[in-house]
Design a protein around this ligand. Structure first.
Ligand code: THU
Length: 137
């Protein structure tokens, strides 16, 4: 089921606020994310970088891991919103696409920024033919 316009507005505001909490001293590229579960809950995340660059955790994965850590047992994502304070919208990286797919094989992924540019697609379009839990069943 698609998020309502009110939910989308809320998700965008939450993602934007989360970007303000990013720890991105190396890239100076703050990112915020908000995920909406099928039960209507919203979780926020930001990117968290490290001096050992490869340990960086993206905003999308932070939001999803936060939901799991908060006790979401059968987490199902309805929508993932990504916000960057840039002129262009930023698509999730490959690692985040895989993690989004794990919990939201039908999720909508919406990237927004400081212009009217948007990326608004399904995870299936971002990660066609994905490997997932079904492969291990
Ligand atoms: N980043 C995210 O948090 N999400 C994305 O969708 C793309 C990239 C972060 C990782 C790193 O901290 C910074 O952006 C630059 O790659």
């Amino acid at each position: 089921m698609n998020p309502t316009p009110a939910q989308l507005k809320k998700l965008t505001a939450v993602a934007r606020q989360a970007a303000g909490r990013a720890y991105a001293p190396y890239s100076k590229f703050p990112v915020g994310a908000a995920v909406l579960t099928t039960t209507g809950k919203i979780y926020a995340g930001c990117n968290v970088e490290n001096a050992s660059y490869g340990l960086t955790n993206c905003a999308e994965r932070t939001a999803i891991f936060t939901a799991v850590a908060a006790g979401e047992k059968n987490l199902r994502l309805r929508c993932v919103v990504v916000y960057t304070p840039t002129a262009g919208a930023t698509a999730p990286c490959g690692a985040c696409r895989q993690v989004i797919y794990e919990f939201g094989p039908a999720a909508r992924v919406l990237s927004c920024c400081d212009s009217r540019e948007r990326i608004d697609v399904s995870i299936d379009a971002l990660l066609p033919g994905a490997f997932g839990p079904h492969d291990l069943a």
